[in-house]
Design a binder for this molecule. Structure first.
Ligand SMILES: Nc1ncnc2c1ncn2[C@@H]1O[C@H](COP(=O)(O)OP(=O)(O)OP(=O)(O)O)[C@@H](O)[C@H]1O
Length: 662
C-alpha cells in the first residue's frame, strides 16, 4: 500500500535558474572564473544556504561509513528507474527508455573517476536546479546538526554510526569526490539535456548537456584519498552489502554485481531451503549458525504494506546481552536504510535476524524513526504477533527443535512478559520450566502443567531458587508432594520478574510455595485427625527470636521437616533478595516468617518443654535451632560457628539424657 506516488510531477514547484550575483564559495575567488563556470554557456548558482551547511558537514566526514555515498547514488538511480516505469505507464508522449532498465557503474582507475548511470526518468533543467541545489525537506539540517553534535560528544571519535538517515542523499557524493558532473535528460516531452557541475564549494553551474537518451549519468572525480572507489572488488563489496537486492541490475564495468532479486518478495513456495540458508548466512555473516532454526516469512498488505524475511538463528548471538542491541535490516522499496534497525523488533525478540522491506517507507524515514514512527510500530506489532505464532507452531510440530530454541533464547523470551503486556499470554504459552514431577533436564509448558493439575488444585505453584539442586529438597514442597501437586522450578534469576509480571495463566494464579499462607486442606490420608495444638512452642519461639523474624506460626506446608522460613505475601522473598544483593550490596532484607510443623517431634517436645519451663535457656536453644535449620536448608547460615556451638550443646544434653536413661 504505497501512499507515495512515484509521479515526478508531484515534486513541487521549481525555481527558475536565474544567474546569481552571490559570492562564490571560499575556494573560488570572484575574480577568476570557477571550475564550474568554465562549461560552455554555464550559469553559476549558489547552493541554498542550508545545502552549504549540509555539504560542510558531509565533507567533514559526517558519516562513519564513507562508502554509503554509493548506496545513496544507487538508490537515487533505482528511484529514477521506478519513476520512469511509472511515467511510461501513465503518460503519453514521454521519451522511450533506451534499453532495459539498469544501473551502470564504470570505474576508471587512471582518470580516478567513478561513473554511475541510469536510464531512468532524468531531470529537466528546473528540476536539476531544484533537486541538486536545495534541500526539499525542512528540518533535515537541524536534525543533521544535532546528530553530528551528539556524535561528537561520544568517545568513538565523533563519527555518526547511523547511515543514510538524513536525506542528504546526493550530497554524500562530496564525501569522496572533489568534483561531480551530472549529465541528465528528462523523459518529459521536449526536455533538453543538462549538465550540472560542482566542486561542493558554495556554488554549482548548469549548462547545456550532451545526453542523447533520457536518464542520468553522474561522474565523480574522486579525491586523492578515495582511490579505493575505482577498484571493482571494492565497489562490488559495497553493492553486495547495501544494494544487493535492488531490483534492477547494477553492472560494474559491464558485470552484474547484485542479485537484483529481493528474496523476501518472492512467494514462499518459490524459495528453497538452500536459498534461505544462504540468505541467512548473508545477513548474519555466518556467525550464528549455518542454517536458521526457524524462518518467518511475511507478506502483509494492511494496515501497512511490508515483506519480512526473518530468521531465528541456531545459536544465540554473542552480543545478545550487550547493551547495544542489534536489529534487522530495514529496506524501503528494496533499498537498505539501516543495517541494524532496533525499532522493528522488541527487546525480547532481539535475536531475530533478517530483512524488513516496506513500500510505505521512504528513504528519509530515519528522521522520524529515531523518534516515533507509526509505520514502523505497526510493522513491529505484526512481526511480534507472527513470530510468536510461528514459535508456538514450532513448539507443537517439532518439540525437539523447540527445546533447542528455548535453550538458546528462553531467557530472552521471558523478558517479554515483563515488557509486552499485550502479548503476555502468547509469551506465556511459549515458556518452559523444569518442575518437581519432571526428570532433571526435561521441561514442561504452563499449558502441560495446568492439564495435569488434580481437580482439587486451584493455583499454579512454583518455587524460585538457585537451581534444581537447590530447590528440589526444599521443605516447602513437602505438602505439595504428598498431594501429588506439581511445583514449577523457576530457577533462572529472570523468573522472579517473569512470574510477577505474568501473575496468572489460564485464569489460575501463579503462587509461590515460599510465600504467604498455603491452605491445601488436610492431607488425604489424615482427613479426620485433629491437629494437636503447639501454641506454647509457637509463643516460646516467638519470644526467643524476637525481631529476627516477622512472625512465628503453625505451618500447613510441612509434613516431614520441623520448620521452614516463608516470605509474607507481597514481600520479595529470599531468592529475589539474594539477586538484589548481587546488584546492590546495600539492598535491604525483609524479615520472614518462621513456620513450625505441628506434627514434628521436635516441635511437639518443645511445646511440652515450653509449658514446663517457659523462657528457659533450653527452650531458647531449641527455638534458635529451629531457625538455624530452616536457614541451613536454604544454604544460608549467617553465623555458622554459633550454629555449630548450639548443636554441640544440644547434642551434649541429648547424649547425657541417653546415658542417664540407659
Ligand atoms: N539519478 C537520478 N535521476 C533522476 N533524479 C535524480 C537522480 N538523482 C537524484 N535525483 C533527484 O534529486 C533529488 C535529490 O536527491 P537526494 O538524494 O539528495 O535526496 P532524496 O533522494 O530525495 O532523499 P534521500 O537521499 O533521503 O533518498 C531526488 O529526489 C531526485 O528527484
Amino acid at each position: 500500500m504505497n501512499t507515495e506516488s512515484p509521479n515526478p510531477e508531484t515534486s513541487g514547484s521549481t525555481p527558475s535558474a536565474e544567474p546569481s550575483g552571490a559570492a562564490p564559495g571560499p575556494e573560488t575567488p570572484a575574480s577568476t572564473p570557477s571550475e564550474e563556470a568554465k562549461a560552455a554557456g554555464a550559469v553559476e548558482l549558489p547552493f541554498q544556504a542550508e545545502v552549504q551547511q549540509v555539504l560542510a558537514l558531509v565533507i567533514n566526514s559526517l558519516y562513519a561509513n564513507q562508502e554509503v555515498f554509493l548506496r545513496e547514488l544507487i538508490s537515487n538511480a533505482s528511484d529514477a528507474l521506478d519513476k520512469a516505469r511509472f511515467l511510461a505507464l501513465t503518460r503519453e508522449g514521454v521519451a522511450e527508455q533506451a534499453g532495459e532498465p539498469a544501473i551502470l557503474i564504470t570505474l576508471d582507475d587512471a582518470a580516478r573517476t567513478l561513473t554511475i548511470e541510469d536510464n531512468g526518468i532524468g531531470m529537466t533543467r528546473d528540476e536539476v536546479v531544484q533537486n541538486l541545489g536545495t534541500i526539499a525537506r525542512s528540518g533535515s539540517l537541524e536534525f543533521l546538526k544535532a546528530n553530528a553534535e551528539a556524535a561528537k560528544q561520544k568517545k568513538d571519535g565523533g563519527k555518526l554510526q547511523l547511515i543514510g538517515q538524513f536525506g542528504v542523499g546526493f550530497y554524500a557524493a562530496f564525501m569522496v569526490a572533489s568534483r561531480v558532473d551530472v549529465q541528465t535528460r528528462s523523459m518529459l516531452p521536449g526536455a533538453e539535456p543538462v549538465l550540472w557541475r560542482s566542486s561542493g564549494a558554495g556554488s554549482f553551474t548548469v549548462a547545456s548537456g550532451d545526453r542523447e537518451h533520457p536518464g542520468t549519468k553522474i561522474v565523480l572525480h574522486l579525491k586523492e584519498d578515495a582511490r579505493e572507489y575505482t577498484k571493482v572488488w571494492r565497489i562490488k563489496e559495497i553493492i553486495r552489502k547495501y544494494s544487493d537486492f535492488v531490483h534492477f541490475p547494477i553492472k560494474v564495468n559491464d558485470e552484474v554485481a547484485n542479485r537484483s532479486a529481493a528474496l523476501w518478495t518472492l512467494p514462499k513456495s518459490q524459495i528453497t531451503e538452500e536459498q534461505h540458508a544462504e540468505f541467512f548466512r548473508h545477513v548474519t555473516g555466518g556467525y550464528e549458525g549455518e542454517n536458521p532454526l526457524l524462518t518467518v516469512h511475511l507478506s502483509i498488505d494492511a494496515p501497512v504494506q511490508f515483506h519480512a524475511l526473518l530468521y531465528v538463528p541456531e545459536k544465540a548471538p554473542a552480543d545478545m546481552f550487550h547493551k547495544d542491541r542489534r536489529g534487522v535490516r530495514l529496506y524501503a522499496k528494496r533499498v537498505l536504510i539501516v543495517e541494524d534497525c532496533d525499532k522493528l523488533t522488541p527487546m525480547y525478540l532481539r535475536f531475530l535476524r533478517g530483512v524488513v522491506d516496506s513500500e510505505d517507507l521512504s528513504l528519509n524515514v530515519s528522521r522520524e524513526m529515531l523518534q516515533e514512527n507509526r509505520t514502523l510500530s505497526q510493522i513491529e506489532q505484526q512481526i511480534v504477533k507472527q513470530v510468536l505464532k510461528s514459535l508456538k507452531d514450532l513448539s507443537e510440530s517439532d518439540p525437539e527443535r523447540y527445546a533447542a530454541f528455548w535453550k538458546e533464547f528462553g531467557r530472552v523470551i521471558k523478558e517479554g512478559a515483563t515488557s509486552d503486556w499485550k502479548n503476555k499470554d502468547a509469551i506465556a504459552e511459549l515458556c518452559r520450566f523444569e518442575s518437581m514431577n519432571t526428570e532433571a533436564g526435561k521441561l514442561i509448558s504452563l499449558r502441560d502443567y495446568v492439564a495435569k493439575m488434580p481437580e482439587a488444585q486451584k493455583e499454579i505453584y512454583y518455587v524460585t531458587g538457585l537451581g534444581r539442586h537447590a530447590v528440589e529438597q526444599s521443605p516447602h514442597l513437602e505438602a505439595f508432594r504428598k498431594r501429588g501437586y506439581d511445583v514449577l522450578f523457576l530457577v533462572d534469576p529472570v523468573d522472579e520478574w517473569f512470574v510477577k509480571a505474568l501473575n496468572e495463566f489460564d485464569k489460575r494464579r501463579l503462587k509461590s510455595v515460599m510465600h504467604g499462607d498455603v491452605d491445601l486442606g488436610a492431607e488425604p490420608e489424615k482427613k479426620d485427625e485433629p491437629e494437636e495444638s503447639v501454641d506454647a512452642a509457637v509463643a516460646a519461639v516467638k519470644a526467643a527470636l524476637g525481631d529476627r523474624v516477622k512472625d512465628v506460626r503453625v505451618s500447613r506446608r510441612l509434613t516431614d521437616s520441623a520448620s521452614c522460613l516463608v516470605a509474607a505475601e507481597g514481600d520479595p522473598g529470599a531468592n529475589l533478595e539474594r539477586i538484589m544483593k548481587l546488584i546492590d550490596q546495600n539492598a535491604e532484607e525483609s524479615k520472614r516468617i518462621l513456620e513450625l510443623n505441628p506434627g514434628h517431634p521436635v516441635v511437639k517436645n518443645l511445646n511440652i518443654l515450653a509449658g514446663r519451663e517457659p523462657g528457659s535457656e533450653r527452650v531458647k536453644q531449641w527455638s534458635e535451632l529451629l531457625l538455624d535449620q530452616a536457614l541451613l536448608v536454604e544454604g544460608v547460615v549467617q553465623e555458622p560457628a554459633k550454629l555449630v556451638r548450639r548443636i554441640q550443646d544440644l547434642l551434649a544434653q541429648v547424649s547425657s539424657a541417653a546415658v542417664s536413661q540407659s
